[in-house]
Design a protein around this ligand. Structure first.
Ligand SMILES: Cc1ncc(COP(=O)(O)O)c(C=O)c1O
Length: 365
């Protein structure tokens, strides 16, 4: 068996043909920055997620930085960030000159709900991360933040298409940041990202910041940068968006297979709430104290896995911060992402679950 963790080459032929013909159309049209494909992408995502403003940009890391800058967060300010996340969440805070203040997660990797204990006079915002595609409880979080006078930037990079109480990930906070990195549920054939906003003034600032502060050609109202989306990526994303919901259903079916196949393994902690609407099943992360041994065993059987992420962010050199962060640390030590993507067959998931059951049965003897 050869079951890669994720192999984008496995994309089906019909879809590859759609993308090739879209690329041909783009070459013929000769428009590679801005244009109708970008406008269409904005409209489609805005409609799908019910977001007043959907502002595409170059990648998810930029989206976070643009959000912070648009909210005028900078030197002297503190921003609360979970200890377990992809590095971008904290990186963006440092890039604008502010200080990330790390807080532990719950055992599923979501910002622990006692985060208000991290608030100081300097705290301006917090960045909840919908890690692995599972949303943080946003009603409670946004209410608490409002009462404390804090801004909320949602890092929804992994949670495109997760909805909680009918409201999309990224539309609860002041700004929601999305990534369309190729491995994401909605992934480009390169880099792309987006800021979601509900306030017109804030959306206007984000638009200015990502295009040299330029409201009109050669008029520059503030110091911005170039973080525009590539037109070609917007065009590919429009194609991918057509098949998004069908792919989501496939993910849910495969997640259900894993849950059924693995529920008997008492030594394994399974992800919670994956079948709920507020989880887009971006990653299927199990936890085991024998994680490394299990990884090797699966690799021998031809099964690829991944670790998201093997170190907590405050443990990394540029972000080094002392602290316990016990849950985040446990996830770094014990979390293992199993292959789960729309290119995978049910038989393959079945093979993985059977291999895992065998691993734990043997080890228990
Ligand atoms: C949680 C999280 N935040 C931010 C990002 C940054 O997105 P990008 O890779 O598009 O810059 C990612 C994706 O890689 C992510 O997973």
């Amino acid at each position: 068996m050869n079951i890669p963790f994720l192999d984008l080459k496995r994309m089906d032929e019909a879809l590859k043909q759609r993308l090739k013909s879209k690329f041909g159309e783009m070459l013929d049209a000769g428009i590679f920055s801005g244009g109708e494909e970008v406008a269409k992408f904005e409209r489609s995502v805005g409609q799908f997620l019910q977001s007043r403003f959907a502002i595409p940009c170059a990648n998810g890391t930029d989206a976070l930085e643009l959000a912070l800058r648009a909210l005028e967060i900078g030197p002297g300010d503190e921003v609360i960030v979970p200890a377990m996340t992809w590095v971008s969440t904290a990186e963006a805070v440092l890039m604008v000159g502010a200080k990330p203040v790390f807080w532990d997660t719950d055992e599923n990797g979501l910002l622990k709900d006692d985060w208000e204990n991290a608030v100081t006079k300097r705290t301006k915002a917090l960045i909840p991360v919908h890690l692995y595609g599972k949303m943080v409880r946003m009603e409670e979080l946004t209410e608490k933040a409002r009462n404390l006078g804090l801004k909320v930037i949602e890092d929804a990079a992994q949670a495109f298409g997760s909805f909680q109480d009918g409201k999309a990930a990224g539309t609860w906070g002041d700004v929601g940041c999305l990534s369309f990195y190729p491995t994401k549920n909605l992934g480009a054939l390169g880099e792309a990202g987006m800021c979601l906003a509900q306030d017109e003034r804030l959306a206007g600032r984000i638009r200015l910041l990502l295009n040299h502060g330029q409201p009109l050609r050669d008029q520059h109202d503030l110091v911005g940068r170039n973080s525009r989306i590539d037109t070609i990526q917007a065009a590919f994303l429009n194609v991918f968006l057509e098949g998004f919901e069908a792919n989501q259903q496939k993910r849910k079916v495969l997640a259900q297979c894993y849950l059924e196949g693995l529920s008997q393994v008492a030594a394994l902690k399974l992800p919670e709430g994956v079948l709920e609407a507020d989880h887009n099943v971006h990653l299927f992360v199990v936890q085991s104290s024998r994680r490394d041994e299990l990884t090797g065993f699966l690799a021998e059987k031809g099964v690829g896995t991944a670790i998201h992420y093997p170190a907590i962010v405050p443990g990394l050199k540029p972000f080094e911060t002392k602290g316990d962060f016990a849950n985040a640390r446990k996830l770094a030590d014990e979390g293992l992402s199993l292959p789960l993507n729309p290119f995978l067959k049910e038989e393959e998931v079945d093979f993985v679950t059977k291999a895992m059951v065998a691993f734990f049965e043997t080890k228990n003897q």
